[in-house]
Write a protein that binds this ligand. Structure first.
Ligand SMILES: [Zn+2]
Length: 198
């Protein structure tokens, strides 16, 4: 597949077959991409932050780590990563979050809305969307447990690569939150390489 673009503050959903590789590229630098996956065979099985942190014993996931489902099944393996800093603690930014934390009164685009809209045709309801794997999101944890969101460490052209271990439905966004993206909202690119051509 050729390189595709998710425009700023937008999202997509698509299917991956077992063995397919997904490369998520930051074309401009300092841009987060929220990622979520569901089993194509049973949408009640989804990518779980809790299980993934359980089995990897780290919150800093990178090349060689496996991402697990709520049923403790491997869903994806990270096969390449030029950044080495991503977040799996925060939920996708949402309309409620923009109202509560940033006092936005009108409509503000959000990863949650973009994921919900794009995953609905695949039979996934908004309430099924869990904590997302926030690619390139840079969260620092202080000794007392305080979290701080810093600009992503990704520069233009940096990427992460994920291999599907089972057939999946995937949601992916160019994050809409100003704070997570150093105040500049930019696109995200991605490429899917089928297992047959890998
Ligand atoms: Zn977001």
């Amino acid at each position: 597949m050729s390189r595709r673009r998710i425009e700023a503050q937008c999202g997509v959903a698509f299917e991956m077959a077992a063995g397919d590789q997904l490369r998520v590229i930051d074309p401009c630098g300092e841009q987060v991409a929220d990622f979520i996956a569901f089993s194509r065979a049973d949408r009640r099985e989804w990518l779980s932050s809790g299980r993934t942190l359980d089995y990897n014993n780290t919150i800093y996931l990178t090349t060689g780590h496996t991402l697990f489902s709520n049923r403790s099944q491997p869903l994806l393996t990270i096969t390449g990563d030029t950044v080495g800093r991503h977040d799996f603690l925060y939920t996708p930014c949402s309309p409620e979050m923009f109202r509560a934390l940033y006092h936005v009164t009108g409509h503000h685009p959000s990863c949650f809305e973009n994921l919900a809209t794009n995953l609905r045709p695949f039979g996934i309801e908004p309430d099924q969307i869990p904590t997302t794997f926030n690619i390139f999101m840079n969260v620092e944890i202080a000794g007392d447990g305080q979290l701080r969101i810093l600009p992503p460490r990704s520069r233009a052209g940096d990427f992460i690569e994920l291999r599907a271990e089972i057939d999946l439905i995937v949601g992916l966004t160019a994050c809409s939150a100003e704070l997570s993206n150093n105040q500049r909202l930019k696109p995200i690119d991605y490429v899917i390489t089928p297992s047959s051509s890998a």
